[in-house]
Design a protein around this ligand. Sequence first.
Ligand code: RP5
Length: 306
Amino acid sequence: MIVDIIEKNVLFSLTPHPLQEKLCDQLNLEPGSLEVRRFPDGESYLRVLTSVKGANCVILADLTHPDTKYLALLFLFETLRELGARSIGLVAPYLCYMRQDRRFEEGEAVTSRVFAQSLSLHIDWLITVDPHLHRYQSLDEIYSIPTQVVQGAPALADWLRGQNGLLLVGPDAESEQWVSSIAQASNHPYVIGTKQRLGDRRVEVTLPDISAYNGRKAVIIDDVISSGRTIGECVRALKAQGTEAILCAAVHGIFAEASDTYLLGTGLQTLVTTNTVPHSSNEIDVSELLVPPVRHFLNQVEGERR
Ligand SMILES: O=P(O)(O)OC[C@H]1O[C@@H](O)[C@H](O)[C@@H]1O
């Protein structure tokens, strides 16, 4: 008997995401349908409404505020498996729990490692954009599944390319990896500041003397904006040196505790982010950067089947 192999690739997302439709269109994925709600006691209800028997499932997840979303995601992964999904991959454009990458104080949980170990138990592959790799060299140090990292820098460089008279500003040593590659690709000079973190919402940023770049617009570049204090401090330091035209472009705009409102109050003229995290500042689309790695993993699974 000859049995036809029917390839079925379905994309699910627990919450609306700006990349959902773009990825379905560009990768020819079927949009999966879910019923998700909360019971009065706060527990999650989840029902998969699309048939997934034999299908490769791609889950697109906004992992900001992960503690409120992670259990529902686990329910989704395990239910898809029970319903016969052939493979389950996760596209987490923003990968949470990457910043606590060591035990800074005795007794602290190294949450990046615990989270990675837990996620690795439920999925076959993971794709993310610019994870906060600071003390880890690669995701392989904490994830035991195949992973691919997409760099947001080319998308930011494209946005900056046609603009003249800019000075790119990285708030701290960590940001140099992104800022230097964006500066090179977009042909703008850059400077890097020094940051001292004094608490969750308290940082101090010092910038080098930028008088040689008088008259240029400053564009602060960072990977993630959470409390917004790093960017806010950068704005303050730029203003102290007489720079008034200040823009900010970041990969992941989490904007915790309405820090977008706080930032616009600091005198920032423009604030743009990529669409890794849904927000009104999402001017830079990264969908095209995500297509090749998703295709890679889907082809790999299909290759194994044949
Ligand atoms: O200052 P907030 O916005 O809270 O945190 C974001 C900053 O903290 C760092 O880990 C990031 O690279 C970024 O510079």
